[in-house]
Ligand binder design. Structure first.
Ligand code: 4G4
Length: 234
């Protein structure tokens, strides 16, 4: 897969994407990653990429001309152009799986108060948010999408890591896990995990995953959890 990024801050990407699994994915050719500086598509001597909003109001917007020129020169027939913005579709594992099937992604990161609306309506195929919080720019969100998608590409993870994604616990939080020693600072590992009874262990893990999901992330369960007390109706 080819992933390209259009950004005002290319230096933010070097480092995080030069380590570990992403580094290996790049070295093996499973991920081709390219950075582009939006300022390379400006024509004035100040390399202007922003302007004031029509109608007034605080802050600056990404002006359309450099973004249109850049995306039109970078995109190919099969490129999916994705804006990173807090108003986008909420990025999750199912969107990561969807993106991992593409051949070419172009992630466009914003800055200032956001994009001129025509970038959204006439240039982007999609708009993604990594969560409900505001960041200074879209570079970190783009890196998160790149990481989540890259680890899903065929051959990038070891077999053990890949099969975990598809395990029965899909859609639930992880069950508690322990390694040696069997007792650490007075804290024992649950007896069932030392029993060697694999049917009992699987049952315990399913139950723990369910309990933890109910307690912490009931939104992940298909059906709403049964409330302890019937909700009040007005
Ligand atoms: C577009 C519009 C993404 C991009 C406004 C980007 C959070 C996310 C930006 C902005 C971002 C996210 C400056 C508010 C850049 N912040 N949650 N910032 N802002 O994915």
């Amino acid at each position: 897969m080819k992933i390209e990024v259009l950004t005002l801050f290319p230096a933010m990407f070097t480092g995080p994407l030069d380590e570990s699994i992403i580094k290996r994915a790049r070295e093996s050719g499973k991920l081709e990653f390219k950075l582009h500086n939006l300022r390379d598509w400006t024509h004035d001597r100040h390399k202007t990429v922003d302007d004031r909003p029509f109608g007034g109001g605080p802050g600056m917007l990404m002006k359309p001309e450099p973004l249109f020129e850049a995306v039109e020169s970078l995109r190919g027939e099969r490129t999916r152009v994705i804006l990173m913005s807090p108003g986008g579709r909420k990025f999750d594992q199912s969107i990561a799986r969807e993106l991992a099937k593409e051949t070419d992604l172009l992630l466009v990161t914003g800055h200032y108060e956001g994009f001129d609306e025509r970038v959204r309506t006439a240039l982007a195929d999609d708009e993604l948010s990594i969560g409900d919080y505001v960041l200074t720019n879209g570079a970190l969100p783009a890196m998160i999408v790149i990481d989540a998608v890259t680890r899903l590409l065929p051959g990038v993870l070891g077999d053990d890591d890949s099969s975990r994604d598809e395990s029965f616990s899909e859609g639930l939080l992880e069950y508690p896990q322990y390694t040696r020693p069997a007792e650490f600072r007075g804290m024992p590992v649950p007896e069932v995990l030392l029993s060697g009874n694999h049917a009992e262990i699987a049952k315990w893990r399913r139950e723990q995953a369910r309990l933890r999901t109910v307690a912490r992330r009931p939104d992940l369960l298909q059906r709403e959890p049964t409330p302890d007390v019937a909700p009040k109706t007005e």
